[in-house]
Design a protein around this ligand. Sequence first.
Ligand code: MAN
Length: 347
Amino acid sequence: MDIAKRCERNPLLKPSDLKAGIKGMEIACLLNPGVFRFDDKIWLLLRVAERPVQKENKISFPVYNSTREIEVVSFDTDDPELDVSDPRVINYKGQDYLTTLSYLRLVSSNDGVHFKDEPDFPPLFGKGELEAFGIEDCRVATTPNGYYLTFTEVSSVAVGVGLIHTTNWKDYTRHGMIFPPHNKDCALFEEQINNRFYALHRPSSPELGGNYIWLAESPDRLHWGNHTCIATTRKNSWDCARVGAGASPVKTSEGWLEIYHGADHNHRYCLGALLLDLKDPSRVLARSREPIMEPLAAYEQTGFFGNVVFTNGHLVDGDTITMYYGASDEVICRATFSITEILESLK
Ligand code: MAN
């Protein structure tokens, strides 16, 4: 059952609300923001996906070249060696490319509904070979030592998870790739358990196994081990093709509550919940049978890539989770959940 309370002002942000951040490009999509409080305001770290204005019979997209400049690559749409069946990814002569280049950009708000650009806080762009196709879907873990950002690094060689640390959103320490390919959807626990750091992550195992949620532990957030698989996809279910963690798990009296996404073979993305043992988060205490949120609103069903609700950021206040999410891979929305209601739904 869909128990999300959608904000009446949804979508809160759409591509035309912001100016493109890369010269010569336009914003195609705003997606999947990380969320945090800073300086008495609510901030979103948006994934902004840009591309050149498309010309007839051509498909053009930006990539970073070896000298770290943005270069536009173009193919003729009638080329028989080109596969454009997915609006997000294209394949040309056996090589995959993304149709847009993503970077991370900050917007802030006093009320959590009206967001504005923050030109004094420069965006985070992909850097180096492993981010040549951009950086995406950044989770922000808020800790006493500052903010830890986990995000997807994309290039022609890999999809993996990068880590960045900041305290002021102006100076960043880049720690490189912490979960090697193929991996994404990494959510850090915001506090230690038994003196260890924990993370949820999503490796993909193409032959045996699949796209499952895993748990890992670390002494320092840089070196990860003791990996265990905690949630697989489920046959004939809304989450039969792919599952992945959302934002940092929420500590509740009954366990760590994780809102995760699940997709079926039609790439329809819904949200569900996992409840993990407080002292041993590798123990799954409960999992949603049915989604707690489905793409039901018009803006969730139609867009750049329709039938998607995808989240990797929220704020928690008492019993309320204020979740920000990407709808249809195109616009930014907000919904709230009652923690009690989610926990009830798991019984
Ligand atoms: C998938 C989708 C895209 C994303 C790529 C690379 O195809 O999630 O939005 O750009 O993976 O991460």
